[in-house]
Write a protein of this length. Structure first.
Ligand code: ADP
Ligand code: MG
Length: 617
């Protein structure tokens, strides 16, 4: 057999390696911003076009590079930051692998302009697919400007994998925040498609957080500070009442590097235990300083994961420090070791006013009354066909519901129509009840063929989803005017996102009286929405849009209807009056697709008499 192994040409090796370092425009942003920081810049500007797909440019006033270094920096493993393997355990820079620029140059059109303090003139180099295409002298101030154009131009498959511009922008903003939060003393600016998105002057940490996340943030912050032999902790946690369902502001920095650590997150979360609802997430900006010898950052190409020598000790210390901080700011309840926690009001109920228990008596109950005939009974499960908007539901084809699915509505209808034309046994059964709830979660009703069990939350989601989608497409929402407008503070980027969704949101019934900077004022809400839940609904919507998966082919309207339906729907655990239960059943079966929730979960199950019979054999 002939020899078949060959060495890959450099540009191919670089392209392959690029896959590890550069997943999306945000990865380029991260690498370039970190290089600027490593170069000692005090002012850094990020310029973007089309969510970085067309251009990512970083301008810094750092130390710059000599003409030779400017060429060399694009070589693989070319770095000024370490010299030997030992240095890996004494890192004071963000970079050290010497592969970011080589990787980026393999998959984009790159232009580098740089000048050191002492050089008379700067140098400008253009690179395409790892090949230097031009080099010339230029007159520029000290510092470096790197422009990365047409990312993945030579790997169409990777380019096609990029998500929509709002999603890619979101990723970039995340990276930008991480670097900006790690280096509050450095000034940062971000310009996207010509407009200024962030302008952050160099300042102290607290002010930097406020500049990024909005002026309202200031009063939410609780300082955290502690120092032991192995670790120094600094920063802030958000007061427990600002914990949100959507994962919000959660930042760990170790030696000024943003890192992800589920383990340390757990330490923080456990310090908040009992102070926030289990489904909510605490917010934090925590800065750990450890001896560089005691960590290993070299375990992941993007350098966001790190190994600590003394993980358990750091966990324990973090947890107790945060508990202490929360306690000091008299946020945690005073500890009383003799108290029996069993007597505590569960958090969910602590804010509710007590309800007077009621006894339900059926005044019409008459034990001697015979069962009425079934002929004149209404037909609550009949589906209202409204052809005007039916065709608007793209992708909700009828084929699906006519599949052989034992839970499908068709089966139920057929069975019942055959006999009496009604699914229900009758509305005036002996006990006067048609429906009842179990565990405040399921609505149970008897149907002609047996029993139907409906998931109240999923059913209501389906109802709201179809209604919202209809309203958005037909622009016919019913809005409930608020007596006094309510206003919210959101971060600039969230306000920008709401601004871009304004029209569709208004079609669902929201009325915005003002949207600007960090302020959103609302004077009307969709009918049925409580004023108190508006903020949560909007937060959730933003979170859902941010994590959108456009490949799945869902439109923004669809996504929005899903998100709103989910936040607005009657929750599990809510007790429903009989009328409310019936109303849900009626509305559900007026839906086009009653058997599945917007996220494709079954909404109800049925059990036929046969199924029961089998159980008694
Ligand atoms: P690393 O950051 O891991 O060293 P990079 O590929 O990101 O690898 O950069 C290679 C080298 O190029 C760096 O070590 C540094 O010497 C130089 N360099 C990159 N960006 C800049 C910049 N903005 N200013 C000055 N030097 C830079
Ligand atoms: Mg680097």
């Amino acid at each position: 057999m002939p020899d078949i192994i060959q060495l890959l040409p450099d540009h191919v090796a670089n392209q392959i390696a690029a896959g590890e370092v550069v997943q999306r425009p945000a990865s380029v942003v991260k690498e370039l911003l970190e290089n600027a920081i490593d170069a000692g810049a005090t002012e850094v500007t990020l310029v973007l076009k089309d969510a970085g797909k067309t251009l990512v440019q970083v301008i810094d006033n750092g130390i710059g590079m000599s003409a030779t270094d400017a060429r060399l920096c694009f070589e693989r493993h070319a770095t000024s930051k370490i010299k030997s393997a030992e240095d890996l355990f004494n890192l004071h820079t963000k970079g050290f692998r010497g592969e970011a620029l080589a990787s980026i140059a393999a998959i984009a059109h790159v232009e580098l302009k740089t000048k050191t303090d002492t050089a008379e003139m700067g140098v400008k180099i253009a690179i395409e697919g790892s090949e230097v295409t031009s080099q010339e002298m230029v007159v520029i101030p000290k510092g470096t400007t790197i422009s990365v154009k047409n990312l993945f131009y030579n790997i169409p498959a990777r380019r096609n994998f990029l998500k929509s511009n709002p999603v890619e922008t979101r990723h970039i903003i995340d990276e930008f925040h991480r670097v900006a939060l790690a280096h509050p003393q450095v000034g940062f600016e971000m310009i996207h498609n010509g407009s200024n998105v962030f302008s952050l002057p160099g300042t102290k940490l607290r002010q930097r957080i406020v500049n990024i996340f909005g002026s309202k943030t200031n009063e939410k912050l609780v300082p955290v500070a502690e120092e032991t032999d192995i670790v120094k902790v600094n920063g802030f946690v958000l007061k427990p009442e600002f914990a949100r369902k959507s994962r919000g502001e959660q930042f760990f920095f170790v030696n000024d590097r943003f890192i992800k650590s589920p383990y340390l997150h757990h330490a923080v979360a456990s310090a908040f235990e009992g102070l926030i609802k289990t489904e909510n997430h605490p917010g934090y900006f925590l800065y750990l300083e450890v001896d560089p010898h005691a960590i290993d950052i070299n375990i992941h190409p993007t350098k966001t994961e790190i190994k600590f020598e003394d993980e358990h000790a750091i966990y324990a210390m973090l947890r107790s420090t945060i508990k202490h901080s929360l306690g000091q700011f008299s946020i945690a309840p005073v500890l009383d070791f003799n108290r029996d926690a069993g007597f505590d009001t569960p958090y969910e109920y602590s804010k509710k006013s007590p309800k007077v228990p009621t006894i339900e008596v059926d005044k019409n109950f008459n034990p001697f009354q015979k069962e009425p005939k079934q002929g004149n009974i209404s037909f609550p499960f009949k589906r209202e066909k409204s052809p005007a908007w039916e065709s608007l539901y793209v992708g909700l084809e009828d084929e699906e519901s006519s599949n052989d699915n034992s839970f499908s509505l068709e089966n139920i209808e057929m069975e019942s129509e055959e006999v009496t034309g009604s699914l229900f046994e009758g509305q005036h059964q002996e006990n006067g009840k048609v429906t009842f709830q179990i565990q405040n979660k399921y609505i149970v009703s008897s149907i002609k063929s047996g029993l139907i069990v409906i998931h109240q939350n999923l059913a209501h989601q389906r109802i709201l989803y179809e209604e919202l989608l209809k309203n958005i497409t037909l622009h016919q929402a019913v809005s409930q005017q608020l007596l006094f407008p309510i206003s919210f503070q959101f971060s600039k980027s969230k306000v920008a996102m709401l601004q871009s969704l304004k029209e569709q949101l208004e079609d669902t019934g929201f009325v915005f009286s003002e949207i600007k900077e960090e302020l959103v004022e609302i004077s009307g809400v969709p009918s049925g929405v409580l004023e108190s839940s508006v903020e949560e609904i909007l937060q959730q919507l933003i979170a859902d849009i941010e994590t959108e998966v456009p490949e799945a082919g869902y439109s923004q309207n669809d996504l929005m209807a899903k998100s709103l339906a989910k936040s607005m729907a009657i929750k599990t655990g809510v007790s429903l009056s009989m009328e409310a239960q019936e109303h849900i059943i009626h509305q559900l079966f007026a839906c086009k697709e009653p058997s599945v929730s917007p996220n494709n979960r079954p909404v109800f199950v049925t059990m036929g008499i046969n199924d029961f019979d089998k159980k008694f054999m």
